[in-house]
Design a protein around this ligand. Structure first.
Ligand code: DMJ
Length: 668
């Protein structure tokens, strides 16, 4: 050992063997002897040797302190978690931590937000469906980095991915945000760092063909309904915005072939290739945006921009991207306002924008539900201006005062950037898709934009605290409204998007009680149909809070008894079926579908909105087929009846609020 020979300066060898404990005078175990002997050995060491040993000791000590601290944190987390669990049982608004994971300590930067509910992400539940293969339309996952062309390329790509994966695994750690644990695999680069690489459409990869899942009877019925609606549109309204099926004519809103564009991706999904080709020709030859016409920013974004983008992704046809760029650019003047909160209207030919004539306010849902589309346009074109404009709106709204536990008022001023008409809170018209897009943007961007998640989670807490009530006699949980502290038992049919959104959040790892709430609310939405004479929901219902003989839960005011062929309940049924596999959701959707056929189908082609859902013998047709009937309602029906989870896989696509699927930037 080092202590045995003369000190050498070029290397160090310390041997601690049994002989080291044996002194000249034989074995002596007394403490004094050991101390003396150690001291003598220490003295015999060179300076360098001593320094190295001291350094080693110091290093070990530091390691010891560090591991002690982190064990303490882990222990604290476990203890806090069990405390949280106890509290949850008493205080419902506090979200339950669903996974027994050890949470890392929250980041310092978040320390001042202690009043937010605790979040937790769960693993997406396993889907109950048997995977039978791809859709008959070869809809593919969004484009990955590596294009797989040949078998050789495929294998090389797999090897590379394994290498990258290995390297990444060593670096990845759990990302924690105020108690929410986001699995590293679910997170992506922030959109801004991806924005400059133009992307390819998501459908073009075509190597891994799987067996098609056969289309079932109910889906065939939806195809037949679509064809019937399309016949009316083609015969009487071709190239115009909306069909008027009774008068066999059309109405114009923007003069941009709204129904045709809204229906493009539905035709693709339903496999209506001939119809699709014909419509494509119209887009190629007749769709012109250089028109002196005022369009509503929100409506044209969700229907036209959204429709073109999703059709581009599904078909891979660059015509649709070119058109999307054109309309996207023409909508940009809307953002030139003092506050950068966009105006409601844009003249797409002149490049001017303005608020409605009577006010300088915009609608909150409108300015906060254009983001999925503009962000995707930036990703596809590599031009960040689209995303910048809409992200700024979200950031601004995030900081605004005037919210009530995350619930937002319905109006926002384009000059001051402040909310107006404070004190009224609804999940219905003028606010609805604000909540939907908080969650959906968060998913689109790879679950990294924490402010969106934070606002979403707070809002759902706000809903639970202020807007939920139960009706009599069936005790249906519904979402009412709050006006200056007064609760109103009024619920728009529009609110029925909420069960689907809650379920989507739960599927993406948010609190399990969101799924419970989704299950309760979809039952209510279904009852909004089932308790009505035609089996179709009115536009607005009022729930009975007190039991009265002969009264159902749902009451309808004369002014609210119309049905516009809206999609929200069917949309939520689709999500519920996808995530639970419970066939009752398909059956409820089937009932609704049949009632649309019974009361809204016009024999000569097309479907119509009706004025009176309470009168089966005369539902009073309104003579208008809204574009969303083809863009959304029939599409969600078809998807609801499908057992093919790859027919628009919800881990790869996110639907905009007009049912146009856009790719999730980094799919699960
Ligand atoms: C559609 O344009 C969209 O679904 C929007 O979010 C709400 N209104 C209609 C359908 O009801």
């Amino acid at each position: 050992g080092a202590a045995a020979g003369p000190p050498r300066r070029d290397f160090i060898s310390v041997t601690l063997g049994p002989e080291e404990a044996v002194g000249v005078g034989g074995y002596n175990n007394s403490k004094a002897w050991r101390r003396r002997s150690c001291w003598r050995k220490w003295k015999q060491l060179s300076r360098l040797q001593r320094s190295v040993i001291l350094f080693l000791f110091a290093f070990l000590a530091v390691c010891g302190v560090i591991s002690y601290t982190s064990m303490g944190e882990a222990w604290k987390s476990i203890t806090n978690k069990s405390l949280d669990d106890q509290r949850t049982e008493q205080a419902i608004p506090r979200l339950k931590l669903a996974n027994p994971v050890v949470l890392p300590a929250p980041q310092k930067a978040d320390a001042n937000h202690g009043d937010y509910p605790e979040l937790s992400l769960q693993k997406p539940p396993k889907l109950p469906h048997v995977r039978r293969g791809p859709s008959n339309l070869q809809i593919k996952a969004p484009q990955r980095d590596t294009r797989l062309k040949t078998r050789h390329d495929t294998m090389r790509a797999v090897e590379e991915l394994v290498e990258v994966d290995k390297a990444e695994k060593t670096e990845k750690s759990i990302i924690s945000w105020r108690g929410a644990v986001i699995e590293p695999d679910q997170s992506t680069e922030p959109p801004s760092s991806r924005i400059m690489e133009p992307e390819k459409p998501s459908s073009v990869e075509a190597e891994d063909q799987k067996e098609p899942v056969p289309i079932n009877e109910r889906q065939l019925a939806v195809i037949e309904a679509f064809r019937h609606a399309w016949k009316g549109y083609k015969d009487f309204a071709w190239g115009h915005d909306e069909l008027k099926p009774l008068s066999k004519s059309y109405s114009e809103w923007f003069g941009l072939g709204l129904t045709l564009i809204d229906a493009l991706d539905t035709m693709w999904i339903l496999g209506l290739k001939e119809e699709f080709e014909e419509a494509r020709k119209w887009v190629a030859n007749d769709l012109v945006f250089d028109k002196n016409v005022d369009v509503n920013l929100f409506e044209s974004t969700i229907r036209i921009l959204g429709g073109l983008l999703s059709t581009y992704h599904l078909s891979g046809d660059s015509l649709f991207l070119e058109k999307a760029k054109d309309i996207g650019n023409r909508l940009m003047p809307a953002f030139k306002t003092p506050s950068k909160i966009p105006y409601s209207d844009v003249n797409i030919g002149r490049g001017t924008a303005h608020p409605p004539r009577w006010t300088s306010d915009s609608t909150v849902a409108e300015v906060t539900s254009i983001q999925l589309e503009f962000r995707e346009l930036s990703r596809l074109t590599g031009d960040e201006k689209f995303q910048k404009a809409v992200d700024e709106v979200m950031k601004h709204v995030h900081t605004l005062s005037g919210k009530n536990d995350g619930l937002v008022p319905m109006f926002i001023n384009t000059n001051s950037g402040q909310f107006t008409h404070l004190g009224v809170y609804t999940l219905g018209a003028r606010a609805d898709s604000y909540y939907e897009y908080l969650l959906k943007q968060w998913i689109q961007g790879g679950k990294k934009e924490n402010e969106l998640l934070e606002d979403y989670m707070r809002a759902i807490e706000g809903v639970k605290k202020h807007l939920l009530q139960r009706s009599e006699p069936k005790k249906l949980t519904f979402v009412g409204e709050l006006a200056h502290g007064h609760f109103s038992a009024k619920m728009d049919h529009l609110v029925c998007f909420l069960p689907g959104t809650l379920a989507l959040g739960a599927h993406n790892g948010l609190a399990a009680d969101h799924m419970k709430l989704a299950e309760t609310l979809i039952e209510t939405c279904y009852q909004m149909y089932a308790q009505v004479e035609t089996g179709l929901s009115p536009e607005i219902v009022h729930f009975n809070l007190h039991a009265q003989k002969g009264h159902k839960d749902v009451e309808i005011k004369p002014a609210d008894r119309h049905n516009l062929l809206r999609p929200e309940t069917v949309e939520s049924l689709f999500y519920m079926y996808r995530f639970t596999g419970d066939k009752k959701y398909q059956d409820w959707g089937w009932e609704i579908f049949q009632n649309f056929n019974r009361y809204t189908r016009v024999p000569t082609g097309g479907y119509t909105s009706i004025n009176n859902v309470q009168n089966p013998s005369n539902p009073e047709p309104r003579d208008k087929m809204e574009s969303f009937f083809l863009g959304e309602t029939l599409k969600y029906m078809f998807l609801l009846f499908s057992d093919d989870i790859d027919l628009i896989n919800l881990d790869k696509y996110i639907f905009n609020t007009e049912a146009h699927p856009l790719p999730i930037w980094v799919p699960a």
